[in-house]
Write a protein that binds this ligand. Sequence first.
Ligand code: NAD
Ligand code: UGA
Length: 476
Amino acid sequence: MIRKICCIGAGYVGTPTMAVIALKCPNIKITVVDSNRSRIDAWNSSNTNDFPVKEPGLDDIIKVVRNKNLFFSSDTEKHIDESEMIFLAVNTPTKKEGKGKGFAADLTNIDQCAKQIAIVSSSNKIIVEKSTLPVRTAERLKEIINKHKQDDVSFEIISNPEFLAEGTAIRDLFKSDRVLIGSDQTDEGLAAMESLVNIYKNWIPRERIIKTNIWSSELSKLASNAMLAQRISSINSLSALTEKTEAKINELSVAVGKDHRIGDKFLNVSPGFGGSCFKKDILNLVYICRQYGLEEVAEYWYQVVKINDYQRKRIFNIINSSLVELKNKRISILGWSFKKDTNDTRESSSIPISSDLIINGASLKIYDPLADKKQIIQDLTTYLESKNLDLKEIKSLLNQVKINNTLSECLSNSNAIIVLTEWDEFKQIDWQNFKLNIVDAVLPHIFDTRNILDIELLKSLEYKVFQIGNGDSNIK
Ligand code: NAD
Ligand code: UGA
């Protein structure tokens, strides 16, 4: 019976998953540790507004379990050594340099954790791979651990990838479609797997707990993300065709999705998928396929990312040509996070689209209900740096950007309004009233890249509107 857990990584996965385990298993003491001390301090703050991850329902759980059986600490070594089970929930971004640069997963954080665990552990441990990892990472971890561990201490490594989506993390954790656990098929491996099953079975029905060998588990995570992203790229690619043929992508999504063999989920057209994982996980899959000499398979999956980039560029081009000249145009950007109900902005399509707009001379007003202002500027800076612009140029481009505190401030006095995130607040905009308050009588062009606005109403109010994949748009 597991009594003490340590989770390394207090981010979007580590904290919500541990908070839910703590809630459902009051007899287990869980400590979440992180090398980023300010993150730990923020999770220990008495003000929930300081929490680094905004996730519906999370604050309420933390209020109940924190300092009862859920703790946040910077004393990593102590909590590793005290625990029987250690979850690795550290970030595994795409490598920026070295072999596999731009594709392979950077496993530096994972390697460091393995080494640290091996060095500080004076008793046996089960290590749980919660981070998304390339298939056969457990093998690599074993090597690192065996090199550094004390002779009389043994370790079992099991894989338990996380499938939660941001914005619905708590709901997903309460009612997971499945919990996947992979282990070595040895007595020790299977026993380690059972100890994790015993934790999940406190709230997950037994039939939803899938047990596999460790490699299937590691690879299933990459495959799941690749297949979800593939559906989005499929629908986004078809949106270009529906625009040309006066079909409507939303109608197509419904018609296609009604086939129960296809299903209706993940067929929402968008400015391209964002988030920290889809792109990095597919690039990692591409890299792994190439490593095994599977060039055609690699190319097949790479296309999912290429279509995503294409969709972003396509949207920029439509905005650019409809406004004729971007120089000195004032543009309102509605939404910065990569989807609604999260403050996470990683890989958001708002970043490349907005950057291209300022590079081409437009001035932006940006509004997002949750994204941090400093983060928005950081996102733009990082993206512009990646385009090899120097600091002086970046500074001057950032002078074209203003971040608004309210939606109404952001909407006013613009030549164009672009909806980039599907926040509910944007569905409530009173366009009739808004029109009455326009001073110079020139209506802004509206670009709805999430298809959440009422296009017929907007057209009846004489707005020029573009919706992705909608043949009825009066901006083509
Ligand atoms: P994150 O960046 O929000 O959090 C990771 C945390 O790990 C950071 O706070 C970082 O400081 C910490 N960390 C890194 N190396 C460390 C070390 N050596 N010691 C201690 N702390 C360390 O990342 P995330 O979004 O929570 O993702 C974590 C993993 O989970 C990734 O592999 C990701 O692919 C996977 N995943 C993410 C999601 C998601 O929705 N974000 C969903 C499923 C799976
Ligand atoms: C995704 C997966 O859904 C999770 O199962 C997985 O655990 C997670 O990645 C991960 O490994 O990190 P997440 O990125 O949080 O979760 O959010 P999604 O809801 O999948 O959305 C990702 C992006 O796709 C968003 O930009 C969203 O707007 C976009 N999207 C989603 C579409 O464009 N169309 C859709 O129909 C659905």
